[in-house]
Design a protein around this ligand. Structure first.
Ligand code: DX5
Ligand code: ZN
Length: 239
C-alpha cells in the first residue's frame, strides 16, 4: 500500500482556523522498547489520533532511541498518523529514510539554525508535513509561515518522564497570538510532562496537539487515559 494513499487525520485542513480540533498523540518512547509494535497498535485501539515517535541521535540530545527500521516495522500495525520528532544534529541524512519508512510529518529543531531552510524544503519535497520544534530556552519566530506544526518543548528534550516546565506556557500563548494575528494555520503541539492538568494549562494557553508518553502509556487503561486527557483539554478551552 502506498504511503500517500493511507488515510490519516489532519483536521485543520477541513476546519476553519478558529475551530481547531484537538489531537492526542501518545509518545511511543514511553512504551516498553521490547513491545513497540504492540504499543503502536494499542494506541490506535485506544482512540488516539496520532503516534509520536521520538528519534534521538546521542548528539543533539544525550540519549539514543531508534531509527527508520523501527518506524518501518511498526508502520503496518496501525493507521495512526506518524508524527516523527527528530532530535538529531544532522536530520538531513535521515529524512528520506524516515519518509520511506512511513513518517507522515517530520519535526526538526529550530536550534539547527542554518540547516533549516534546506531541511524544510526537503521535507516538503518528500510530500510530508513540516514540524518545527523549539526547546525551552530558545525563542521562535522565523519560519512560522512555512510550517504545518510548531512543537513547543515543555521539557528539555532527551528523556521521557520529566517534569513540565511552566515557563513554556508563555511561549504557547505567543505562538497562538502570532497564529491569529498573521492568519496562519500551524498546529501548536506540546511535548514533555503532559498529563491531564498540564495539558489543560497548555490548552488554555493555545495548544491544540498534545504529546504524552508517561501519562498515557504508564496508565493501566490507555483508552481511558486518552479519553480523559481529551476531555480535560476540551473542558479547559470550552469556558
Ligand atoms: C522528550 C520527548 C517526548 C517524550 C515525552 O524529549 O520529545 O516526546 O516522549 O514523554 P513524557 O510525556 O513522559 O514527558
Ligand atoms: Zn517528542
Amino acid at each position: 500500500m502506498g504511503i500517500r494513499s493511507r488515510w490519516y487525520r489532519w483536521p485543520s485542513e477541513r476546519l476553519p482556523p478558529t475551530v481547531v480540533e484537538i489531537i492526542i498523540a501518545p509518545s511511543l518512547l514511553a512504551c516498553s522498547h521490547a513491545r513497540f509494535g504492540a504499543g503502536a497498535a494499542r494506541a490506535g485501539r485506544a482512540g488516539a489520533d496520532w503516534l509520536h515517535l521520538d528519534i534521538m541521535d546521542g548528539h543533539f540530545v544525550p540519549n539514543i532511541s531508534f531509527g527508520p527500521q523501527v518506524v518501518r516495522a511498526v508502520r503496518p500495525l496501525t493507521k495512526l498518523f506518524f508524527d516523527v520528532h527528530l532530535m538529531c544534529s544532522k536530520p538531513g541524512i535521515l529524512l528520506e529514510a524516515f519518509a520511506k519508512a512511513g513518517a507522515d510529518e517530520m519535526i526538526i529543531h529550530i536550534e539547527l539554525a542554518d540547516q533549516l531552510p534546506s531541511l524544510i524544503q526537503i521535507i516538503k519535497s518528500l510530500g510530508k508535513k513540516v514540524g518545527l520544534a523549539v526547546n525551552p530556552p530558545t525563542a521562535v519566530e522565523p519560519f512560522l509561515h512555512q510550517i504545518d506544526l510548531l512543537l513547543v518543548m515543555t521539557v528539555n528534550p532527551g528523556f521521557g518522564g520529566q517534569e513540565f516546565i511552566r515557563d513554556c506556557l508563555t511561549k504557547i500563548q505567543q505562538a497562538a497570538t502570532w497564529r491569529r494575528e498573521r492568519n496562519l494555520s500551524y498546529r501548536i503541539s506540546v511535548d514533555g510532562g503532559i498529563n491531564d492538568e498540564t495539558g489543560a494549562d497548555c490548552a488554555r494557553a493555545g495548544a491544540d496537539t498534545f504529546v504524552a508518553g508517561t501519562s498515557l502509556f504508564g496508565s493501566h487503561n490507555l483508552k481511558l487515559a486518552v479519553t480523559q486527557l481529551r476531555r480535560c483539554v476540551r473542558l479547559a478551552t470550552s469556558r
